[in-house]
Design a protein around this ligand. Structure first.
Ligand code: FES
Length: 128
């Protein structure tokens, strides 16, 4: 009865790359915004109390774009089946999701929101 789990991308590739997403001023406290890396890989950036978080933009449970979710006290809730995820480490806090959301290193560099990720495809966790 095990679920098939797929991880795309990975953290141990050695080289990394920095990706500029958008101007930091475009994301206020308590807001989230989807950025599409290379036009096809969604990254959700959240400003929670002035702290930035970047996570995979789709739910790990089923394909659902998480910019339609909602933020509560350091968590993101996927509205399709109501799993909550910790913004800090992406871990699911409620079923049905069991896989964490991939999280990416994110920071404000001279007023730009950038992520630093391993070379290659972005890591994305999906239950199959
Ligand atoms: S698609 Fe997000 S909890 Fe099911």
């Amino acid at each position: 009865m095990g679920r098939r789990v797929r991880r795309r991308g990975g953290r141990d590739r050695g080289l990394s790359r920095t990706i500029d997403l958008f101007a930091a001023g475009e994301l206020g406290d308590g807001e989230m915004r989807m950025a599409w890396v290379e036009g096809s890989s969604p990254v959700l950036v959240v400003n929670s109390g002035g702290r930035l978080h970047a996570l995979q933009g789709t739910c790990s449970h089923e394909y659902f774009e998480l910019d339609r979710g909602f933020l509560t006290a350091g968590t993101l809730t996927c509205p399709l089946h109501m799993s909550r995820f910790d913004l800090g480490d992406g871990e699911p806090l409620d079923p049905p999701a069991v896989m964490p959301l991939a999280v990416y290193d994110v920071r404000d560099v001279d007023g730009r929101v950038v992520i630093e990720v391993p070379d290659g495809p972005l890591e994305v966790n999906e239950e199959g």
